[in-house]
Design a protein around this ligand. Structure first.
Ligand code: FAD
Length: 381
C-alpha cells in the first residue's frame, strides 16, 4: 500500500508504536491538538515489541533518585488511567518488597529508604525479624533485611498500550502498521523525513521510540547510540505453596530473582536472573538458563521447589550502560529526538517520558526534571 499525498507531511513522525511512542504522541496532542502526528510501526499489529512482553511492575524503590523521580512523575497517570481513558488496566497497588542478601545491599537499602522517604515515597525498612514475621515463606537465613513500599503496583502492559492507542487515534494521530522506517533523510544538520518501502514521509521532527531497535534506527543517521538489546526470560509457574494470593512484588536484589503475581493469583511470573547475558535481538527461549533460575527461586522462596513450570517466554529489553534512559535531541542533528534505553523500566516510566519529550518538542525543554542528566552525550563526556 502506498502513502497518499495527504499523508506525506506531518509536524512530527514517531518511530515505534510501543508504550514510549504512544505516550509521547498522547502528551504532544494533549498539549497541542492542532499538530499532525504520525506513528510508524514496522509490525503489523500492536504489542509485538517489548511492551507486550513486560510483566507490568510499577515501582518506586530505586537507588537512583532520577528513576524515583520518573516513577513519581508517572504515578497519577496510572492511578487515573481507568477513569481518564475508560479502559480497564487492572491497576493494583499491591506493594513491593526489595530484599538484601548481603551487607552492601542492606546498607544501600537503608540509604535509599531514607532518601525516598524524604521525597515523600513511603519505603519502610524491614529488619530480619520483621521479614520473618511478615513474610514467613521467604528463606529465613538468606536476608539481612529489606524494604517495603505500599505504592508499588501492577498494571497490564497490553491494556495500557491498547488504551493509549485508542486515545491517540481519537486525538487525531495517524498510526501506520506494517510500515518500517528504512532510511532517515537528512539535509546538512537537519532532519527532513523518513523513507519506508511504501514511500517517503516528510517531517522536521522525528522521534526515535524504536525500543530494542533504537541503536539500529539511530545508525541510519550515522549516530552511535549506546543502547543494547538484551533477552529476558519469564517463567510462568503456579503460585509457590505458602505464598498468599495477593503478594507484593518480591525482588532478591543479589540474584535479581523476582516473583510477580498475576492479578488472577493463579500463576506467577518469575524471572530476573538473566542479567549477565550477551546483547542481541535473539528471542528464542534458552532452556540452559532454567537451572540457575530455579536455584535462585528456591534460594528466595524454598517452597518454589515444587511449583509447576507452565511455560517460558522471552522479551527484549533495551539497556544503556548506566541504566538511565537517553532523552534529548541527537547531538549535531536538529530534529532527531531520542527517547530510548529505558533499561527494563520503560512501562512504568512511559507516562513521565511522554510528558518530558512533549515538553522538549513543544517548549524546547522541561521543568519536570534536569534533562542534562539524560543527555545522549553523557557517555562521551
Ligand atoms: C520480559 C520483560 C519484562 C519487563 N517488565 C517490565 C516491568 O515490569 N516494568 C517496566 O516498567 N518495564 C518492564 N520491561 C521493560 C519494558 O517492557 C520496556 O522498557 C518498554 O516496553 C519499552 O517500550 P518501547 O516503546 O521503547 O519499546 P517497544 O514496546 O519495543 O516499542 C518499540 C516499537 O518500535 C518498533 N520499531 C522498531 N524499529 C522500527 C522501525 N525502523 N520502523 C518502524 N517501527 C519500528 C518496534 O516494532 C516496536 O513495536 C520489561 C521488558 C521485558 C522484555
Amino acid at each position: 500500500m502506498h502513502i497518499s499525498s495527504k499523508q506525506l507531511k506531518s509536524d512530527i513522525i514517531i518511530i515505534g508504536a510501543g508504550i514510549i511512542g504512544l505516550s509521547i504522541a498522547y502528551h504532544i496532542l494533549e498539549a497541542d491538538p492542532q499538530l499532525s502526528v504520525t506513528i510508524l510501526e514496522k509490525e503489523k499489529i500492536l504489542g509485538l515489541g517489548s511492551t507486550g512482553k513486560g510483566t507490568g511492575s510499577i515501582r518506586y524503590q530505586f537507588s537512583s533518585p532520577l528513576l524515583r523521580r520518573l516513577s513519581l512523575l508517572s504515578r497519577d497517570f496510572f492511578r487515573n488511567f481507568e477513569s481518564a481513558f475508560d479502559t480497564p488496566i487492572w491497576y493494583l497497588e499491591k506493594g513491593g518488597l526489595m530484599l538484601a542478601a548481603h551487607e552492601g545491599l542492606w546498607n544501600q537499602l537503608q540509604v535509599t529508604s531514607e532518601q525516598a522517604e524524604a521525597e515523600g515515597i513511603p519505603m519502610k525498612l524491614l529488619k530480619q525479624e520483621e521479614l520473618r514475621e511478615n513474610f514467613p515463606y521467604l528463606r529465613r537465613d538468606r536476608f539481612l533485611g529489606g524494604t517495603y513500599c505500599p505504592w508499588d503496583a501492577y498494571a497490564d502492559p497490553y491494556a495500557v498500550l491498547a488504551g493509549l492507542y485508542s486515545a491517540v487515534r481519537r486525538k487525531g494521530a495517524t498510526v501506520h502498521f506494517g510500515r518500517e522506517a528504512t532510511k532517515i533523510i537528512i539535509d546538512g544538520d537537519r532532519i527532513k523525513g523518513i523513507e519506508t518501502k511504501q514511500g517517503t514521509m516528510w517531517s522536521p521532527i522525528i522521534v526515535n521510540a524504536a525500543g530494542p531497535y533504537a541503536a539500529q534506527f539511530a545508525a541510519m543517521a550515522g549516530i552511535t547510540l549506546p543502547v543494547q538489546p538484551f533477552r529476558r526470560q519469564v517463567y510462568v509457574c503456579t503460585n509457590p505453596r505458602g505464598v498468599p494470593p495477593v503478594t507484593p512484588l518480591i525482588m532478591d536484589l543479589a540474584s535479581g530473582f523476582y516473583l510477580h503475581q498475576e492479578v488472577s493469583a493463579k500463576v506467577v511470573l518469575l524471572g530476573g536472573t538473566d542479567k549477565y547475558t550477551w546483547p542481541g535481538l535473539e528471542d528464542a527461549v534458552d532452556k540452559s538458563r532454567a537451572e540457575d533460575f530455579f536455584l535462585a527461586a528456591i534460594d528466595t522462596i524454598p517452597s518454589a521447589i515444587d511449583i509447576k513450570w507452565l511455560r517460558t517466554y522471552t522479551g527484549i529489553c533495551e539497556q544503556t550502560p548506566d541504566f538511565l534512559p537517553i532523552i534529548g535531541e541527537a547531538p549535531g542533528l536538529n530534529g532527531l529526538i531520542l527517547a530510548n534505553g529505558c533499561s527494563g523500566h520503560g512501562f512504568m516510566h512511559a507516562p513521565a517520558i511522554g510528558c518530558i519529550v512533549a515538553d522538549l518538542i513543544l517548549n524546547g525543554g522541561t521543568e519536570r526534571i534536569d534533562l542534562n542528566l539524560f543527555h545522549p552525550d553523557r557517555f562521551a563526556k
